[in-house]
Design a protein around this ligand. Structure first.
Ligand code: SF4
Length: 393
């Protein structure tokens, strides 16, 4: 696994402390989305379909550090939108590392070479570059030619400067297992340290609704990919072996979305990184007042096909802590890619989907209007909506 010893030791110690304290729910990785604005418009992305006044919002440096302190998670994944569009990003990264949290800075890499000077290599810092496959696969995925080449050039430049660089790869139902395996093979040659891979979540606001994977197809796809890489042992994944085993249909897991709580410009997002069903004003409110049993595969229609790491990696890590021998065997032997699959969760009792986008957008636009009026009158009074002028592009 491509997780350095320092990180594995600190995260392991954090998990032991949570277990000893008897905590049933605790975060592993904070998903910090300081903006929704992006400089790409990918077909499978459901994060950027907002009106301009919302895309112009930014979480300030103080908002970001408060979220880090509130959650206490040992890992912070900064996502978006494109985080490198945020002017305060270097200060945000420095502030999080000063707290000895591990930062994964996600980027499509279009601005990476230009901004490299603003960051310093550190054991607490990883570039997580979006790369959905080889040139043909990635440029198709991001709906723009030339992006793969720029991302690879940026990865090489970051490696030359001593940074740790991972890639994050999202797969859809048109993924060819042989091509994905050969793409993973190629990553060592460009210096990539680790791979995070996940099936795409079927975002209701994504432009392309035809290429999302079902659970059955996801399980078979991952078996077909991992079988070409010695059960995954050939490649350096920055994910737990049991999460990969889950993707390949060998584990029946329920999601644990509190493991990756999400702070966006709207507040603390309920219930997870993928679904915006409402927002809490504080991390405590998110953890204590969310009806967690209302979500997850088998409970809610929008969760039916989800197998994304932000919902299930924390489940796999908890399983690893409970069953270290099982995890060790998967590490040693590789992920099983043949034989019967684990039973999947029945969907007959799930509640129907609710569609909240219009309501949430109306609320936020109203708040932004209120913020601007309040800003004219005096000090800002909207704690959960940083206005565009505070940290804009
Ligand atoms: S299954 Fe879990 S992680 Fe996936 S969308 Fe539903 S609540 Fe979120």
């Amino acid at each position: 696994m491509a997780i350095p010893l320092l990180q594995a030791a600190r995260v392991g110690a954090y998990i032991v402390r949570q277990q000893l304290a008897g905590r049933k729910r605790y975060p592993l990785a904070l998903m910090l989305e300081p903006l929704f604005r992006c400089n790409l418009a990918c077909n499978g992305c459901g994060k950027i379909d907002y009106p301009d006044p919302i895309l112009d919002l930014r979480l300030s440096l103080a908002d970001c550090l408060q979220a880090v302190d509130e959650s206490g998670a040992p890992v912070v994944s900064i996502a978006g939108g494109e985080p490198l569009l945020h002017k305060e990003m270097p200060a945000i990264v420095r502030g999080i590392m000063a707290r000895k949290r591990f930062v994964y800075l996600c980027t499509n890499a279009l601005l990476l070479e230009k901004k490299l000077d603003q960051y310093e290599p550190s054991p607490y810092f990883v570039w997580s570059v979006h790369l959905d496959g080889d040139r043909e696969m990635h440029d198709h995925s991001v709906s723009q030619d030339g992006v793969y080449e720029r991302a690879v050039a940026a990865i090489r430049a970051a490696k030359a400067r001593g940074f740790r660089v991972n890639i994050n790869c999202t797969l859809f139902n048109d993924a060819d297992p042989a091509k994905v395996a050969s793409f993973f093979d190629s990553l060592k040659g460009i210096g990539v340290d680790g791979i995070t891979v996940s099936p795409g979540y079927a975002y209701e606001r994504a432009p392309d609704q035809a290429h999302f994977l079902t659970r059955g197809k996801t399980r078979q796809l991952f078996r077909d990919i991992l079988a070409r890489g010695d059960g995954g042992r050939k490649w350096d994944f920055s994910q737990s072996s049991l999460f990969l085993s889950f993707l390949a249909g060998n584990q029946t897991y329920h999601c644990t979305p509190w493991g990756n709580p999400t702070r966006t410009v709207f507040g603390w997002q309920r219930p997870c990184y993928l679904l915006g069903e409402g927002y809490a004003a504080s991390f405590r409110e998110l953890m204590e007042d969310t009806d967690w049993d209302a979500y997850g595969t088998g409970n809610y229609e929008k969760c039916a096909d989800c197998m994304v790491h932000s919902g299930y990696e924390a489940t796999a890590v908890a399983d690893t802590v409970r069953h270290p021998l099982k995890a060790m065997m998967v590490n040693l032997r590789g992920v099983r890619t043949e034989g019967a699959m684990a039973p999947d969760i029945a969907l007959d009792k799930q509640r129907p989907a609710e569609f909240n986008y219009t309501r949430e957008v109306a609320i936020r636009l109203d708040q932004i209007g209120g913020s601007k009026a309040a800003a004219k009158a005096g000090p800002a009074s909207q704690p959960h909506v940083a206005n565009a002028e505070a940290g804009g592009r």
